[in-house]
Design a protein around this ligand. Sequence first.
Ligand SMILES: Cc1ncc(COP(=O)(O)O)c(C=O)c1O
Length: 370
Amino acid sequence: MTEKSAPVSLRPMPKPHVLEIAPYVGGGHAVPGVDEVHVLSANENPLGPSPASIAAYQSLAPQLHRYPDGGADALRSAIANRHGLNPECIACGNGSDELISLLVQAYAGPGDEVLHSAHGFLMYPLAARAVGARPVAAPEAGLRADVDALLDRVSERTRLLFLANPNNPTGSFLTGVELRRLRDALRPDVLMVIDAAYAEYVSRNDYSSGLELVAERDNVVMTRTFSKIYGLAALRLGWAYCPPAVADVLNRVRAPFNVTRTAQVAGLAAVADQDHVVRSRDHNETWRQWLVDNLGGLGLEITPSLGNFLLIQFSDVPGRTAPDALSALKEEGVLLRGMAAYGLPDCLRMTVGTEVENRAAVDALRRFLA
Ligand SMILES: Cc1ncc(COP(=O)(O)O)c(C=O)c1O
């Protein structure tokens, strides 16, 4: 024992469940020794933010001594106008990650269960563990959430059900009809959180972001983010559309100034520039299809995706596995995302990038597979 270390019992100890959390590991942005890095690991918008967001962000520099509007009123009004919603039912967050955590913190605790589909977004089990609740994963059918399997796993202890729609990392989705069936059969005291982080990328008419379900019941929340199609991941901005009682709860548990002033002004400008959204969606559709065709042409299996990313399946032949591909591409400066943490060790996830990035990734994979 060194002079300074105290007996274990006298050290500050976190709650035991905190040490069970495996910290979230994000996609990297740099490769030592490689100058030109193509970051296709974090589902960011390859076109970047709207020029209007950049201008709004820059114009705020002389105002950095001012606190933000704690209620994010102007931003909530703009979001409400854009989607035809009641601004009182919107809560903004420091990324939708924060909203996910706050919902879990407010509605679940030790001994409770938080339900999600097997390959759902990692934040759900992580947020559950952070409050001592038990994450429960319902099996999927063909990498797609299964309504019956989810309903089957609802227990007396279930407090929240999370469903990313479309889901990251699988890219799969439930139709509006399936979403409604899940909601209708769910116990009314279980909070159903529909995480529609990629909703703006979807142009299918059998898809629903879940907005209309929120207005119909007291137990449905929909979350959205400015990190994906709006290209503002660095600023951390998300929002939730909630029944009034849930919005009230979020306003009680969030920090008073949880959304920075820069995020609010850039978000406001982003909502006003829907041309950028359309450009980003069109780019994504064109290049996602190009990637499906070209990766398929290399003999790789791709899961159909509605998001701005693709899940690519690799073989288990030594030298040809997903981790092998990840390292080989990294050496060439192309960063994809390993999926072991999602229980998909044979897969890599690739964000739809710029033309240059997409071509670089396909070329690197062609060399890897040759
Ligand atoms: C399904 C899903 N939900 C939420 C998030 C978190 O978004 P934010 O940047 O708003 O915290 C992500 C980010 O990748 C995501 O994929």
